[in-house]
Design a protein around this ligand. Structure first.
Ligand SMILES: NC(=O)c1ccc[n+]([C@@H]2O[C@H](COP(=O)([O-])OP(=O)(O)OC[C@H]3O[C@@H](n4cnc5c(N)ncnc54)[C@H](O)[C@@H]3O)[C@@H](O)[C@H]2O)c1
Length: 262
């Protein structure tokens, strides 16, 4: 039997990249899902594709996680559509890198707004609904940059460090009422659209090295000598969402091939 058979899940930022991989793995494990994203066309395509592959119900909604009222309404709507809520994966995130002296403050705030405030708002609304339905599991997609400073990446690292504060604080607040809250801290998903379409270019500029050297530089930082892949991360998300992790809350689990030890 699938490990999450009949569970009901919300996944934020589910249109592409890691979020789409989470939607797919949760559906394979037996979840019905509402996926949120700011990109409606893309989340609709992902939902259709995953539903066809897995036979589960996968719904798509436009939700911007920085809009507290929209998140509140969408969480109620998701629980109504699915008939409850057991799992919420807060995956939506953005990364803007830059020299700290030059960094535009509005851009810096934007990263905090999506990655930190957006996570808080999503998690507290999920907890509110889960408390009404007998409990559940909230999983945040954090980063190794949530535990270790990141070169010319102060906004992103700050947003992710803050996210672990949200995870631990909400975990404490809801631990005795059946809602668990944990984070997963992946290493570099070098084959994800974030890297391929944006970070190789951004990092080549901010670090003053050719774009083709960036990939090797980041692989060299990993003791296991390979990129982090979606399944490395989604396996841990599925575990934290399941009753196998029933005694775990307030944790931030590294999935980095050992990179954080370097
Ligand atoms: N790619 C990596 O190497 C890596 C490593 C560690 C952690 N992460 C984290 O994994 C998560 C997903 O990253 P990814 O690489 O798949 O990124 P991505 O940019 O490919 O996907 C992010 C998704 O979130 C959506 N999104 C952005 N802002 C949103 C908002 N305000 N409301 C709702 N949806 C929004 C985007 O439209 C997109 O579909 C992020 O939290 C990121 O910080 C990524």
């Amino acid at each position: 039997m699938a490990r999450l058979d009949g569970s009901k899940a919300v996944v934020t930022g589910g249109a592409q990249g890691l979020g789409a991989a989470i939607v797919e793995h949760l559906a394979e494990e037996g979840c019905d899902i509402v996926g949120w994203d700011v990109n409606l066309e893309a989340i609709q395509a992902t939902a259709k594709d995953v539903a066809a592959k897995t036979g589960r119900s996968v719904h798509a909604r436009t939700v911007d996680v920085t809009d507290a009222e929209a998140v509140r309404n969408a969480m109620d709507e998701a629980a109504q559509t699915l008939g409850g809520l057991d799992i919420c994966v807060a995956n939506a995130g953005i990364l803007i890198a830059g020299d700290s002296i030059e960094f535009d403050a509005a851009q810096w705030r934007k990263v905090i707004d999506v990655n930190l405030v957006g996570y808080f708002v999503t998690a507290r609304e999920a907890a509110r609904v889960m408390l009404e339905h007998g409990g559940g599991s909230i999983v945040q997609i954090n980063s190794k940059s949530g535990k270790k400073g990141s070169y010319k990446n102060s906004a992103y690292a700050s947003s992710k460090f803050g996210g672990i504060g949200v995870t631990q604080s909400l975990a404490l607040e809801f631990a005795d009422r059946g809602v668990r809250v944990n984070s997963v801290c992946p290493g570099n998903l070098l084959n994800s659209p974030l890297w391929v379409n944006s970070l190789f270019k951004q990092y080549a500029q901010t670090q003053g090295i050719p774009e083709e050297e960036v990939r090797q530089k980041y692989i060299n930082q990993v003791p296991m000598r390979r990129s982090c892949e979606y399944r490395d991360v989604t396996n841990v998300v599925v575990f934290l969402a399941s009753s196998d992790a029933g005694y775990m809350t307030g944790q931030a689990i590294n999935v980095t091939g050992g990179q954080e030890m370097r």
